[in-house]
Design a protein. Sequence first.
Length: 309
Amino acid sequence: MALLIKTDIDRGTAWAEALAANFPELKVYTWPYEGDPAEIDYALVWQPPEGELKHYPNLKAIFSVGAGIDHLASDPDLPQGVPVVRMVEPGLTAGMSEYVVWAAMSHHRFMLDYAAQRREKVWEELLQLPAEARQVGVLGLGVLGRDALEKLKPFGFRLAGWSRSPKTISGVTCFHGIGGFDEFLAGTDILVCLLPLTPETESILNAETFAKLPAGAAVINAGRGGHLVEEDLLEALESGQIGGATLDVFREEPLPEEHPFWEHPRVVITPHIASMTVPESAVRVVVANIQRLEAGEALQHVVDMNRGY
Ligand code: NDP
Ligand code: OXD
């Protein structure tokens, strides 16, 4: 049984070592692979070149190194009929929740304003609202959205979430579908995007959406760059409709040097690091899934490619 890994070089080595430690019977090759393509049973990949995966005729499953599978869905030559498995692993989930708590808290505690005051050497107290005066609203109530909301609970924020299908989550006001979108937005002071990028969610963070939030709301985008209409955010920041943004993902990554976000005093930028899959914990999940398939059981976390997530 053989698995081909394509991540970046450093992390590829970490993955190969973790796989060897957890599944010695599995032959592990790192990309680029020069051997017989027919030997490869499994691919564990992040952003493979378009058309690459069609060269392996015996693939039983394609594992995404990340939670998002848009890097695979965009390949017009992705082999049909081979299950695509998204990454669900505790390290990735925990990292995202840390990011969301940090970013929500920094908007709640006026960190952009204090950063501006610091640049001007201004010592001025701003009237702090209690957490229960603000609603944090999370777009996407999947693995990451739900965990982030759970981790926000102890702080006392009002919590809301929005998903495609109805949900019941204790302590979270849940909205769903187009019908629930406006009401969800109307109460949300800190908007967090943890959606997958699909044709339905593309550009969801746009002028119309921003206009439905309370004036001065904050936006945190840790989903995908394609969720955000960047010009609309710049205009909403200019008008004050949006008070600040924390952005981890961008239409073009790395963010081009000339991009106005770099210099914007109301925008915090991180380089797509909101969370990262942790090879040591992720390998256990991948190995368990391969063993399940080899034992004739169903794979877990298979993506519905028609739905796009
Ligand atoms: P899941 O598949 O577990 O959850 C997706 C959620 O989005 C579900 O609640 C789903 O609704 C909801 N959703 C999807 N489409 C729609 C729609 N059209 N309208 C309303 N809700 C919708 O994904 P994860 O939580 O694991 O990951 C989410 C995304 O986070 C990834 O796809 C990736 O893009 C991003 N990510 C970013 C990282 C970073 O470092 N910046 C790291 C990891 C992930 P329902 O529950 O009804 O199906
Ligand atoms: C992911 C990511 O999807 O890191 O896991 O963006």
